[in-house]
Design a protein around this ligand. Structure first.
Ligand code: WTA
Length: 653
């Protein structure tokens, strides 16, 4: 295993749960102990009890865990439920008039939905879906800005048993097309545009382009009018949201489905050029979403929760579209960028809407930290009681700033490790029960059998020794497969340890207290601003350009984004230098934005005449990473033709 998996981080500070917090917490230290003990002693009984407590079943289940088709595990498989019913209908009698969503648009417009209103809007849109021929099992792609209608569309799909696949609005028409085709979606739900960074994101135009480039399964496009800036509509194919819901009743009987019925697909990057459709199941996913919103975010009736993630990512699914609603919480949704009109926007939103539990990514924390303490200090953040972090390891410096300046040394910080594949938090401090350490996601949640093992699958006994982060037992909110590709599911997640353990793709170490410290990916996946990007995906986008012969992409540490993207490119023409190189680099960056999306644009492109390869022809990424970081090369470079190439790789010639 990589030598860089050896850990260098040392952090001594420990923060016990604040007393005031513990007094009111859903999970006290005693309750935590009980849960852990029950999960260890009676694994299936533990999960069965949770699923009976937390979910309203139309038909109760008898089978808790079916291992007969492992590694395709089935949970609660003879039970029937509806996720939208569990998020909405069941709250109506107790908290129908409670605010469910407080929406703030980037331009400053505000809109609120009570649970009753949200229930009506979802039911009405569900009827619209049915009227357009969408039913159980149909795939619907959602390509929307961060507006309540995105959540309404997701919930409406769940209500009729359709399988949604949300595509992040920052992805390009090409990326959208690939996802639509892989899922064979019948419908796309989009908007004319969205407000982001002071500009309009042209969502409908991208949908038109994707369809023009070939999406044979798409029959209908529903367009929510958000920006009202006038977009082209195809009369045969497109209808507006308003037209779709006109005359539709606001009552819609939920479609009861088996617990294993797919709830959604969400495409994520892996080590090949093609993103994979991670498939989640209704029952298990819902349970993971409910438990973690209660355990890790301690959401209670008086809380106002805000998760800043876009619904295009798993975080926006579990901690905006489903989880907070399933536990009956009030939550904020914000459409735009953190720096519009200035770097105080997040703190202003927290102040104006009385946010008490706030969840964001280290990249945002670092970017806002750079702007200084004065900005957050000029807002009233006294309602905050808990802060969360997700997406990448949070460096202790950012953790401490978050704790000191935003949380005013009053709020526990919960650093949550999980993945698109895991559906919900896996390793995270339960804030009223587990002491925190800056930079550690602490301990696995009750019922999550996480461990760090060596390449033979043996648990690593020595403290602070890095290894593979694995999960040793199936868990309810786990992915069920890769859409349409069971083989890829098995190969990617199970083959390494012969089907015994789920391979997360991350490396980690455990310290003397058994605390987990995530060290990064072990596969060819980059983490740029908390977003997963496959190096192969960017490489295949680059070589798809007519001027490019070969490309290799690696990450380099970046103080705000976590990782920056460095691309080594061999052109079919002579190697450009100076202004000519800048010109081609600009073209290629724009090209990658077209092929995947602006988030995948290389930060730096170095034109070279050769790439370091192993004898079998594999690109030596580790060497390239060393070079990209500007570190001295210690490994063997004899496969490189000449010194000149090294200089080119280093960007020195
Ligand atoms: C990384 C996002 C360290 C990790 C929820 C994982 C983290 C990948 C953390 C999943 C964290 C996520 N500490 N690393 N708290 N949270 N990661 O699928 O490498 O977009 O495998 O899910 O992000 O990214 P994904």
């Amino acid at each position: 295993m990589d030598e860089n998996i050896e850990s260098v981080l040392h952090e001594e500070r420990v923060f016990p749960p604040p007393e005031d917090f513990v007094k009111k917490a859903r999970i006290t230290p005693e309750r935590y102990k009980q849960l852990k003990q029950q999960a260890d002693e009676d694994y299936e009984g533990f999960w069965a009890e949770r699923a009976r407590e937390e979910i309203d079943w139309e038909t109760p289940f008898n089978i808790t865990l079916d291992r007969s088709e492992a590694p395709h595990y089935h949970w609660f498989s003879d039970g029937r439920l509806n996720v939208s019913y569990n998020c909405l209908d069941r709250h109506l009698s107790e908290r129908g008039d409670k605010t469910a969503i407080i929406f703030e648009g980037e331009p400053g417009d505000i809109q609120k939905y009570t649970y009753k209103e949200l229930h009506a809007a979802v039911s009405q849109f569900a009827n619209a879906l049915k009227a357009q021929g969408i039913g159980k099992g149909d795939r619907v792609v959602i390509y929307m800005p961060m507006v309540p209608e995105a959540v309404i569309a997701m919930q409406a799909c769940a209500r009729v048993g359709a399988i949604h696949s949300v595509v992040f609005g920052g992805f390009s028409a090409e990326a959208l097309k690939d996802r639509v085709n892989d899922a064979q979606a019948k419908m796309i739900i989009t908007a004319d545009g969205g407000h982001r960074g002071g500009r309009i994101i042209e969502l409908k135009a991208a949908v038109d382009k994707a369809i023009e480039h070939g999406t044979p399964t798409v029959e209908r496009v529903i367009v929510f009018e958000r920006t009202k800036h006038g977009v082209a509509m195809s009369p045969e194919r497109d209808i507006t949201w308003a037209e779709a819901i006109a005359d539709q009743p606001m009552e819609c009987e939920p479609e009861w489905v088996d617990a294993e019925h797919p709830l959604f697909l969400l495409y994520t990057s892996g080590s090949t050029g093609k993103p994979k459709g991670i498939q989640h199941a209704c029952g298990g996913y819902l349970l993971g979403a409910i438990l973690t919103n209660k355990w890790v975010f301690d959401l209670q009736d008086e809380d106002v929760f805000w998760c800043t993630a876009d619904v295009g990512w798993i975080t926006g699914h579990t901690y905006t579209a489903y989880g907070p609603l399933a536990v009956g919480a009030a939550q904020v949704m914000y459409e735009g960028a953190p720096t519009v009109p200035d770097g105080g926007r997040f703190w202003k939103v927290c102040q104006d809407h009385g946010v008490s539990v706030f969840y964001t990514a280290p990249t945002a924390i670092r970017a806002l930290m750079k702007l200084g303490d004065e900005i957050p200090k000029s807002y009233d953040l006294s309602k905050l009681r808990l802060l969360g972090s997700v997406g990448e390891p949070i460096n202790p410096e950012a953790w401490m700033w978050y704790y000191r300046v935003i949380g005013q040394e009053r709020c526990p910080i919960t650093d949550t490790w999980w993945q698109t594949e895991t559906g919900a938090h896996m390793i995270a401090p339960i804030p009223g029960a587990v002491p925190t350490k800056p930079g550690s996601c602490t301990l696995p949640l009750p019922g999550i059998m996480a461990d760090v093992v060596d390449e033979h699958g043996e648990p690593i006994q020595d403290a602070n020794h890095g290894g593979y982060l694995v999960i040793k037992e199936p868990w309810p909110s786990m992915l069920r497969t890769v859409w349409g590709n069971d083989e890829r599911y098995r190969k990617t997640y199970w083959d390494m340890f012969d089907g015994r353990y789920y391979l997360s793709g991350d490396s980690a170490r455990k310290d003397e207290d058994g605390y987990f410290w995530i060290m990064g990916r072990i596969d060819d996946v980059l983490n740029v601003s908390g977003h997963r990007l496959g190096t192969m995906e960017i490489e295949s986008a680059l070589v798809a350009h007519e001027r490019v012969a070969e490309a290799a992409v690696v990450g380099r540490p970046h103080d705000v984004k976590g990782e920056a993207i460095v691309a080594y490119v061999i052109l079919k023409e002579a190697r450009p230098t100076g202004a000519a190189a800048d010109e081609v680099a600009k073209t290629l960056r724009a090209w990658v934005a077209e092929e995947i999306g602006p988030i995948a644009k290389p930060d730096e492109i170095r034109f070279v005449e050769g790439l370091p390869k192993t004898r079998s022809g594999k690109i030596m990424r580790r060497l390239l990473r060393t070079i990209a970081k500007g570190e001295t090369i210690s490994s063997d470079t004899s496969t490189l033709e000449n010194e000149e190439i090294i200089k080119q790789l280093q960007g020195k010639a």
